[in-house]
Design a protein around this ligand. Structure first.
Ligand code: ATP
Length: 331
């Protein structure tokens, strides 16, 4: 039996991961779950926000299904999400934005994969006060990380039969850093003859995505641009709650929904589990169970088209349990 680490997380995490596991069980898909606790409650109980069991188990299984974990703002402990990304060297954040029939988004023809570089750029957090009232924030760009993310995007495009990769940048202003990223990804593109390489200024890309998303296929971007653009794309297809994602490293993959822990609705039984379920479908693909993945994905789409089952965030009168049952009924 294949095994995977399951991190329920906190906030709505336990509710949506529980719903997701129920659907996987209903399909008869056998996964041995290694459950690891994380989040606020884990901090209160054990004095640390992530069980020490996590890293050895993650390396052993190579696959993690992770619920959201709250990051306290301005105080408390460091983001567990960041710690996991750093320690497992999850260098590619991948999100899949696809219009879902029956789900209202701005467009009904979106099918975009966004590959975001996850380890450098402005997120290295190198900031200093150079003089009073003057702060320098370093944006780090390396050729090696640019090549690694470019190769990841092209490999993914090749594997998924996609024909176009668009690199987002601001190389007209940041001629050195963004210039290096752009040149490096363009060089990578030369080894993939069947996939077109395009490049676009990130501000123009935001405009073009809203006007006509059908011109995009796979997008590759540095950390900050990727972060912003992936939330913009989520808005085009019905919101963060329906958007699946993964953080990928070499020989390790962490699957998680695009949204946060939604503390405002935690424990009320109304969280939308669809992003988590669609992330689990990506995980099943990754674990070489494509038929189960497709079955799960189609069942979630069917439930999302069922107005009675929808959770309140989607304008429905249903709840997590009702939605989960609708997915199971649709399998
Ligand atoms: P975090 O700091 O963990 O990112 P956040 O509150 O800043 O938390 P989200 O958790 O993504 O960000 O929540 C943003 C809004 O979207 C909240 O109003 C939340 O209730 C809603 N939301 C997020 N995820 C879901 C979900 N799965 N189902 C329903 N509503 C959700």
């Amino acid at each position: 039996m294949k095994s995977a680490v399951l991190v329920p997380g906190d906030g709505v995490g336990p509710e949506i991961t529980d719903a997701t596991v129920k659907v996987i069980e209903a399909m008869g898909t056998e996964i041995e779950w290694q459950v690891v606790e994380a989040g606020m409650k884990t901090m209160e109980e054990y004095g640390r926000p992530l069980s020490p069991k996590f890293f050895p188990l993650a390396w052993e299984c190579g696959v993690v299904l992770k619920g959201p974990i709250t990051t306290p703002i301005g105080k408390g402990y460091r983001s567990v999400n960041m710690i996991i990304r750093e320690r497992l060297n999850l260098y590619a954040n991948v999100r899949y934005a696809r219009s879902i029939p029956g789900v209202s988004g701005m467009h009904d023809n979106v099918d975009v994969i966004i590959v975001r570089e996850n380890t450098e750029g402005l997120y290295v957090g190198f900031e200093r006060e150079a003089a009073q009232g003057v702060v320098e924030s370093i944006k780090l760009t390396t050729e090696s990380a640019s090549r690694r993310i470019g190769s990841y995007a092209f490999e993914l495009a090749a594997r998924m039969g996609r024909g176009k990769v668009t690199a987002l940048h601001k190389a007209n202003i940041l001629k050195m850093g963004d210039g290096l990223f752009l040149r490096t990804v363009e060089n990578v593109s030369k080894t993939y003859s069947g996939i077109d390489f395009h490049q676009m200024l990130v501000d123009n890309a935001c405009h073009q995505l809203v006007v006509d998303p059908s011109q995009f296929d796979v997008i590759v971007a540095q950390n900050l641009y990727g972060d912003i653009v992936s939330d913009l794309i989520a808005g085009l297809v019905g919101g963060l709650a329906v958007m699946p994602g993964a953080n990928m490293g070499d020989n390790i993959a962490v699957f998680e929904a695009a949204h946060g822990s939604a503390p405002d609705i935690a424990g009320k039984g109304i969280a939308n589990p669809s992003g988590m379920m669609l992330s689990a479908a990506l995980m099943l693909d990754h674990m070489r169970m494509p038929d189960d993945a497709a079955r799960m994905r189609e069942a979630v789409y069917a439930a999302l088209a069922d107005k009675d089952a929808l959770t309140p965030d989607m304008g429905g009168k249903g709840d997590t349990e009702k939605f989960t049952q609708a997915v199971i009924d649709a399998l």
